[in-house]
Design a protein around this ligand. Structure first.
Ligand code: ATP
Length: 315
């Protein structure tokens, strides 16, 4: 018997594909993911890591070769209907919306499929269009929408039946910075409402800003899973810290490159950026070597992007 406390639980997911030459390719290999209510988990990984295949199994679009997915306690394969009612998903792109219908007509159509009718359907359509900032475009044909507007409408569609679990595949892919920020704000608001949200993204900033936990996938497996802060701090042992120092003189002193454990030095007038093996030791050394000359010193662990690139590069 499987015990679930709600949210999304995927255990031991495996998906194999048989290629044209008859060989078997394992695209997803023993993936376990848990997203509790009120939690947002981001799945990151290089192209081909198995993210989309995983998402398709989570949403019931693809049968797993092995493993189980529970949405709010309902098995996606054996109890498909209840799992579907508890889960909304947005896979983005141009599929899944009707370009010759208006935004409101699209939502009404999908709402009918979820059993919404009459005034309840009309109210839900209005509420959702407002929620995704498309209230003033409800009567416009979706074919005339920008990519960002379509992505937001996808999100509204996913929310029609008020699911407790939301799966978003690259919700801000291809959006300009302003539209991406609007999307992030929307997703943050939805997490605050107590939903379990799983999103895949290639945007490290998005992952760091929105997620409680980050799952890094590689070669079909979960490579590492942690908070962004922990991932960055742990990587500092391998990748070093960045120390940004600003000096009171117009030019940073010549001797900064003698800092112990220094890997790289970049100068810009009175400011200097050092990549060092030990951030705390470097700060102590700078303050002692140049007494009274530093205006500010700050240590930062590697960025999430550096952690990601390090993971991808490691064999
Ligand atoms: N229908 C299929 N038949 C054969 N191989 C497949 C099929 N779908 C996916 N794969 C393979 O499974 C692996 C994982 O693909 P998947 O699309 O899940 O990766 P991804 O992490 O989503 O990549 P991206 O970031 O590019 O979207 C790849 O090697 C891909 O070629």
């Amino acid at each position: 018997m499987t015990v679930s406390s709600g949210g999304l639980e995927a255990r031991g997911l495996v998906r194999e594909f048989t290629t044209k030459d008859g060989s078997v390719r394992r695209a997803v290999d023993d993936v376990t993911l848990v997203v509790r209510p009120g939690e947002l988990v981001s799945v990151l990984g290089p192209n081909g890591a198995g993210k989309t295949t995983t998402v398709k199994m989570l949403t019931g679009l693809l049968l797993p070769t092995a493993g189980q997915v529970l949405i709010d306690g309902h098995d996606v394969v054996r109890d498909r209907r209840r799992a579907a009612l508890a889960c909304g998903f947005s896979l983005g792109g141009d599929t899944g919306l009707y370009p010759r219908l208006t935004a409101a007509q699209n939502l009404e159509f999908f709402g009918l499929m979820y059993g919404l009718r009459g005034s309840r359907l009309a109210r839900r359509t209005r509420e959702l269009l407002d929620e995704v900032d498309l209230g003033d475009r409800s009567g416009d044909l979706v074919g005339s929408f920008s990519r960002g507007m379509k992505q937001r409408l996808h999100l509204a569609r996913a929310l029609l039946h008020e699911p407790s679990v939301l799966i978003l595949d690259e919700p801000s892919a291809g959006l300009d910075p302003q539209s991406a920020a609007t999307m992030r704000a929307l997703v943050a608001r939805l997490t605050g409402e107590g939903r379990s949200i799983l999103l895949t993204t290639h945007d490290m900033r998005e992952a760091e800003e929105l997620s409680r936990r980050i799952v890094l996938m590689k070669d079909g497996r979960v490579h590492v899973e942690s908070t962004a802060g922990e991932l960055r701090l742990n990587a500092a042992n391998r990748l070093g810290h960045v120390v940004n120092a600003v000096f009171s003189a117009a030019e940073a002193p010549e001797g900064v490159q003698d800092c112990p454990g220094v890997l790289r030095v970049e100068r810009d007038g009175s400011a200097v950026t050092l990549r060092v093996t030990d951030g705390a030791a470097a700060v102590q050394w700078l303050l002692a070597a140049f007494p009274g000359q530093t205006t500010s010193v700050a240590v930062t662990p590697p960025t999430l992007e550096e952690v990601f690139l390090d993971m991808v590069a490691a064999s």
